[in-house]
Write a protein that binds this ligand. Structure first.
Ligand code: HEC
Length: 105
């Protein structure tokens, strides 16, 4: 009886930890990362669905307005960039030289 109770408490503790871990993970994924360096935002948010080749192909050929449209479209598809960070990401990509690290290694 004593052992049974211990097992049960142990099991509950394990279940709790697993759920707590899963919940905090989900939270991190659901919330767009705010602030930080635009390079980190791009490397984190823009590599979830495709690699950076699509981005690198456009460096030096795409102005800030066009990047704003593209990034806004990608956010619409699910990219984790906060609305307030779109202008910074677009400006960063517009100024980035073709082939620049870390986006294009
Ligand atoms: C939720 C998935 C997803 C994420 C995250 C994502 N993209 Fe995309 N991206 C796509 C899909 C799907 C396409 C191809 C369809 C299209 O062109 O609309 C694409 C295409 C592109 C293209 C080529 C289209 C063009 O007009 O040249 C560029 C550039 C691009 N993405 C940049 C980005 C940037 C920058 C980010 C980060 C802000 C990003 N993507 C994040 C899904 C995503």
């Amino acid at each position: 009886m004593k052992n049974g109770t211990g097992m049960l408490l142990g099991t509950i503790a394990v279940i709790f930890l697993v759920f707590a871990g899963a919940a905090s993970c989900e939270k991190t994924q659901a919330l767009p990362q705010r602030g930080g360096e635009p390079a980190d935002l791009v490397m984190n948010a823009c590599t979830a669905c495709h690699d950076t080749k699509r981005i690198c192909d456009r460096l030096g050929k795409t102005d800030r307005d066009a990047w704003t449209r593209i990034v806004t479209e990608m956010v619409g598809k699910g990219a984790s960039v906060a609305q307030e960070d779109i202008p910074r990401v677009a400006g960063y990509l517009a100024d980035l030289q073709p082939g620049s690290p870390p986006v294009c290694k």
